[in-house]
Design a protein around this ligand. Structure first.
Ligand code: MV4
Length: 449
């Protein structure tokens, strides 16, 4: 099966550019949609065609399904790449693509639906023998039911919204007296944020690492994993640093978590690229947490240690090609780290939009910068504040850290505040350097607050 002649990119910023690069190398023409404020951006310049779909506000542009479908029709694009965020995990969008005979570059709609329903995903995993944290088997419908399960699994417990994401509708409940109140506040929050108040409950794992596995499945049921990433360095549910491999992992751990990830993907009849997120507790137990049915921000660190272009694989699979990669041919080399550089105050993390008066990215051996920023670019307030991903690859973790420090030192971004100084500090922190931290490290550390 041949590849697409033209792909429409329904995204902006660095990920739009990342997709354009993959398409150009595959000989695929690109069209891109953009909002008013994104007219003078790199992806708009670099795509073969560009169509304005509306004003700055996402609801009227990057989330405007009819406008995007129309753009694909006008440009004769056979497929749409959604990037991450915006419509990447929106089942209605996938259905709109299907209805218009446009290929959605991502998983089938059922996978997206099941992945977006966190309680359902948990149920599917449980049924197929992928370990989940002790908790509810089906969604809970009232506080009495929540109490019954909480007493059984014992406090502390964590209440989560089935439609959850970004920590919304999530509450840790330390003791029995607090459960009823927290159940109702979490549910109200979920209802307000997602229009869906469905909840589920799990035993709360207070000391955990967030370890995730990149998987790829084709339409013939071939599924492979590309190893794990450690995403434990995060703040308010936003990842800050990701590393591959997980520094405390050995070959046995990688085989174990890789096999679980493949089992999870097969349980969902997954097709295309995806990520299985796991909780690793301090006794070494792994539990399924969530599945991300998109290409992720941090996919480059896996590309750096495996040499595989994940976006090209994604496009080839969406075009119906059989995957040529074989698990026993996947090899892992060295260590990769990504710092997400945001247009934010490095101490308060308050967004810092504005014009970049000088932009000089680092280079040299082992450095990759995924960004759509340039000198003179105005960072709009309307979208997320990620402006560059600084990705390094070294022979081992120490080498990668030294390259990262050197690259951060070279990186010049003037005119706006960025989180570069935060990373400079973090990369000298003894706890970070030791590799022994959990997901609460940043929020528990006085130094980073
Ligand atoms: C958990 C957990 C502990 N135990 N689940 C899920 C969504 C993700 N963004 C955070 N999630 C967590 N799920 C169980 N059973 C810990 C987290 C978690 C977290 C929870 C509250 C506050 C901050 C957190 C940071 C990382 C992970």
């Amino acid at each position: 099966m041949s590849l697409f002649k033209k792909v429409l990119i329904a995204n902006r910023g660095e990920i739009a550019l990342r997709v354009i690069r993959a398409c150009r190398e595959l000989g695929i023409r690109t069209a891109i949609v953009y909002s008013d404020v994104d007219k003078n951006t790199l992806p708009v310049r670099l795509a073969d065609e560009a169509i304005c779909i509306g004003p700055a506000k996402s609801a009227q542009s990057y989330l405007n399904i009819p406008a995007i479908i129309t753009a694909a029709e006008i440009t004769n694009a056979e497929a749409i790449h959604p990037g991450y965020g915006f419509l990447a995990e929106n089942p209605q969008f996938v259905e709109a693509c299907v209805a218009s005979n446009i290929t959605f570059i991502g998983p089938p709609v059922e996978c997206i639906r099941n992945g977006g329903d966190k309680s359902k995903a948990r149920e599917i995993m449980e049924k197929h023998g992928v370990p989940v944290v002790p908790g509810s088997e089906t969604p809970i419908t009232n506080d009495k039911e929540a109490m019954k399960i909480a007493k059984k699994i014992k406090f502390p417990v964590i209440l989560k919204a089935s439609a959850g994401g970004g920590g919304k509708g999530m509450r840790i409940v330390e003791k029995q007296e607090d459960l009823v109140n927290l159940y109702h506040t979490a549910q109200k929050e979920a209802l307000a944020a997602f229009g869906n108040g469905e909840m589920y409950i799990e035993k709360y794992i207070s000391d955990m690492r967030h370890i995730e596995v990149q998987i790829i499945s084709d339409n013939e049921g071939n599924t492979i994993h590309l190893g794990e990433r450690d995403c434990s360095i995060q703040r308010r549910h936003q990842k800050l640093i990701e590393e591959a491999p997980f520094i405390l992992a050995d070959a046995e751990f990688r085989n174990k978590i890789g096999a679980l990830a493949i089992k999870a993907a097969k349980a969902m009849n997954y097709v295309n690229v995806g990520t299985i997120e796991f909780i690793l507790d301090n006794e070494g137990n792994l539990y399924f947490m969530e599945i991300n049915t998109r290409v992720q921000v941090e996919h480059p660190i896996t590309e750096m240690i495996t040499g595989i272009d994940i976006v090209k694989e994604q496009i080839k699979i969406a075009a119906g090609q059989t995957m040529t990669l074989k698990q026993d041919e996947i090899t892992f080399s060295g260590h990769s780290i990504e710092c997400r550089i945001n247009a934010e105050d490095p101490e308060t993390f308050i967004p810092s939009p504005g014009t970049i008066s000088l932009f000089i990215p680092p280079g040299g051996q082992g450095v990759r910068v995924d960004t759509a920023a340039f000198t003179g670019w105005n960072v709009p307030i309307f979208y997320d504040s990620l402006i560059a991903k600084l990705i390094v690859h070294g022979s081992d973790r120490d080498d990668a850290i030294n390259i990262m420090k050197r690259a951060l030192h070279e990186f010049v971004i003037e005119g706006i505040k960025t989180t570069i100084p935060f990373y400079m500090k973090l990369l000298n922190d003894p706890v970070f350097l030791s590799g022994k931290f959990n997901t609460h490290f940043i929020e528990n550390s006085k130094k980073f607050k």
